[in-house]
Ligand binder design. Sequence first.
Ligand SMILES: C[S@@+](CC[C@H](N)C(=O)[O-])C[C@H]1O[C@@H](n2cnc3c(N)ncnc32)[C@H](O)[C@@H]1O
Length: 471
Amino acid sequence: MKPNIKDKLLDIGCGSASSLLAMAAQMPECQFTGIDFSGPDIASAQEMAREAGLTNVELQQADLMNWDPRGAKFDFIIAYGFFSWVPDEVKDRLLQLIAGCLAPQGIACVSYMTYPGCKQPEALRDLLKLHTDSLQDPLEKVAAAHRTLDFLDRAWQGLPKFAHSRYLREEVRRIRQKEPHFLVLDDLGVERDPCYLLQFTNWAAEHGLTYLGESEFHTMLLENLPLESGKELAAMGLDRLQTEQLIDYITNRAFRCSLLVGAQATLPALLDAQALRGLCIRSSLKPVFKTKLGVTEGRFLTAQGSKFTLRSVPLVAFIRELALQPEACLPFQEVLFKAQTTVGQVFDEVEQAQLAEDLLTLYAKRHIEISALAFIPPTSLPEYPRLTRLNLAMCRQRGIIVDAHHETIQPSPAQIDFCLQLDGSLSLSEIGQKFPSQQPFLASLNRLGCLMPALQNARVFGGRYGVEIKG
Ligand SMILES: C[S@@+](CC[C@H](N)C(=O)[O-])C[C@H]1O[C@@H](n2cnc3c(N)ncnc32)[C@H](O)[C@@H]1O
């Protein structure tokens, strides 16, 4: 089946464009544009696109301040890792450009560092910069930062009764674990400029952009707060934005990836669960051993190891079907059909509508993922395994692989050597003899859609926005 959408996507400050290229490879009918003023990043991305044979992606080295979109309109605009790292005039230009280039029903996704979560780490960061700014060599900077962090950790260890020392020791541990490259980049280098949600949305509103919601849907919901504080917050009668700002305080949020729409967009009032019936679903829930077929109650285990109960025959059957293929992202209708066949029962319209509502509840609790893109993992290994062209290029140039869900896999050095042999020249039995220990890795690459024919199993489904929204 061919993709039924032909959207245009713009990635502003795309850097080396790994995710843009992965999307372009998976959705050949959509058009992708990436801009960044880093010459080496754009050159590397262009080289990768050439090597992967991608013809639906355009990568431009340009400064956003004077980039001319030449009247182009985009259905999606992404600015990830950009807003909080550029001066105010560039932020203004970004929002102005989004307002001018979004298609009428388009959506922009802008990530930024946010308060209150960034307040205390900012103090720690200030100290680290004070102790490292005078050093030129990045490795010396990292060593000096580690010395400071270790000193603080020892000092706070001696003050276990102080609440701040517990919190900050955790922060020290988080920074201490970073790869040197990211430590320099995130904590010792470029200035950051976090803001509150309300500051961000006001700024966007000055450019005629409206906050649609957060890309991590569950973080917007009162239901995911402790029961009493959720009720208390609901009773305060605050508007949606004020409520979310308070949720940021409760959760001490430090990072957001917010969705914006333009003035012409029809604004949503309600999420329509029934739209899920035209979309695809992935689940990492596992049935607990004793769950039987066709039962009204089923116990499931989350990826984090907690157990919970689902109560309804269609829902239990549906989630059990998904659990059979955890790497897959399957169309609702196909899973429904299999679930009905397995339990030997046809679910009527009322049951199907309730199933969609129940699935939306599971989505709100992050137990399932929803996507417009289906992925059906191949059932067997190809006779001559070959990485996708993009993955061969990614592996060769950057030592990474991107799976069918656009998640990055970081193989070990031995796995990279192995991957570079996966160019279709070796048969399965030759691979078995030469690389016996890599068999499980090969099987997982296949299941995750990293090998050549696998991406043909990816299809675009249903509505443009993942979940269609009722006006
Ligand atoms: C932190 S990186 C994020 C890269 C990528 N979006 C990602 O998430 O991996 C920010 C990028 O913005 C680019 N950038 C900053 N200011 C820019 C400007 N005025 N015009 C174009 N690109 C810019 C930088 O070159 C850098 O590649």
